[in-house]
Design a protein around this ligand. Structure first.
Ligand SMILES: Cc1ncc(COP(=O)(O)O)c(C=O)c1O
Length: 381
């Protein structure tokens, strides 16, 4: 009786419709559990205990099975998406430096590649954090390590003592992966006091399945937190961001004033639907790890096929071999083809330099064949 919500309005969303019997996700929508708060904590709202347990199992699969963390060594929650996860990470690390080292805001800097997602600019703006973009090589999208070192030296000279470094596990436009080992050497060389967040919103549900031995996991002591997005590679409904962070760090942003919520609140968003957690949990459980490896390998195979044709036609593109994004340099294929196949340009403001293809389920054999035929007809413009 004390809660403001129980289930959806039954006049508009009838709870007894026949199709609901075999639709646990839609049924959950109608039941409308609110997953407010953080369930990896010792207590949270008891009213939605049942579906919260499913969220906990989803976090276990992501943190322990996919990202190789130990049980009870992480906190996390299902967020609105990659944007919220990135803001949440930067917020936690800003407060960590303030709480632990009495840092001033201008003694903290956020570093990320110029290929990073725009949500980081949003995050730095909201949190009033200084940031620096690190250049990448135009052709191979590799982070320019010399530029990284130069920026670190300049910032240190200006009095920056604390760094938040955001690494791409699949950049949005290119699917490029930041060189974690090389960056780790730079961090050690300059003895940086830093926290590392991995933005795996794009690549987090493909790269671990297509490159089984990689350093982007919680076994790597360098990594403090990870953003994931079920509503990208897993084709989950929107609202399936997953935020993971090493245990305890999230306490830096505990909102103690959330006193009417049992367990208080450690999240940015407040109320959130439990249905998204259930949908993502269903996908992971139904496929299983073998099923997901197969599915993601299928995406890679189709990506390879398109790349073979591009190679044959001498069309310049960028692609990471473990990812399903192909970015074709502007001018290499006709704009009519780009538009016909709804390729996405790197910018809608001014002249674009790249057009990207994201190979997933919807990029089916028919579509690929048509695209290849069109490319071969027009060839290089
Ligand atoms: C690498 C990366 N980070 C963050 C985001 C933001 O995700 P969302 O739109 O779910 O907030 C995206 C979205 O494309 C992304 O590709």
């Amino acid at each position: 009786m004390g809660l403001p919500a129980t289930y959806l309005d039954p006049k508009i969303f009838p709870p007894n419709a026949e199709f609901l019997d075999n639709s646990p996700y839609i049924r959950c929508f109608i039941e409308n559990p609110n997953h407010i708060g953080l369930h990896t904590y010792h207590s949270s709202l008891p009213a939605f205990n049942g579906t919260q347990k499913i969220e906990l199992d989803l976090l276990r699969i992501c943190a322990e099975e996919i990202f190789q963390g130990k049980s009870n060594s992480y906190d996390g929650y299902v967020a609105s998406g990659g944007t919220e996860c990135n803001i949440q990470a930067l917020w936690i690390f800003r407060e960590y430096f303030i709480n632990k080292f009495n840092s001033k805001i201008n003694e903290i800097a956020v570093l990320f590649s110029e290929d990073s997602h725009y949500s980081l600019y949003k995050a730095c703006n909201i949190l009033r954090l200084n940031f620096q973009q690190i250049r990448v090589d135009f052709n191979n999208r590799d982070l320019d390590l010399e530029h990284l070192e130069k920026i670190i030296k300049i910032l240190k000279r200006k009095g920056v003592k604390y760094f938040i470094i955001v690494l791409n596990l699949g950049s949005t436009m290119f699917g490029s992966i930041d060189p974690i080992n090389k960056i780790s050497k730079v961090i050690n060389f300059y003895n940086l006091n830093c926290k590392i967040h991995v933005d795996a919103a794009f690549g987090g549900f493909i790269f671990p399945f297509t490159c089984l031995n990689n350093k982007f996991n919680f076994k790597n002591p360098l990594i403090d937190s990870i953003s994931l997005d079920g509503h990208k590679m897993l084709e989950a409904p929107y609202g399936a961001g997953i935020f993971l962070i090493r245990k305890g760090l999230i306490d830096n942003i505990l909102t103690k004033e959330a006193s009417y919520i049992e367990g208080l609140d450690h999240t940015l968003c407040g109320s959130r639907s439990g249905a998204n957690a259930i949908a993502t949990w269903m996908i992971l459980n139904i496929y299983g790890s073998k099923g997901l490896i197969k599915r993601m390998e299928g995406f890679i195979k189709k990506t390879d096929e398109i790349c073979d044709t591009l190679n044959e036609l001498d069309i310049y593109y960028f692609r990471n071999e473990n990812m399903n994004i192909i970015s074709i340099q502007n001018g290499q294929i006709s704009e009519d083809i780009c538009k016909k196949y709804t390729l996405v340009p790197d910018t809608h403001i001014g002249k674009s330099q790249w057009w990207k293809i994201v190979v997933m389920e919807h990029v089916n054999r028919n579509l690929i064949n048509q695209f290849i035929n069109d490319l071969k007809k027009v060839d290089i413009i």
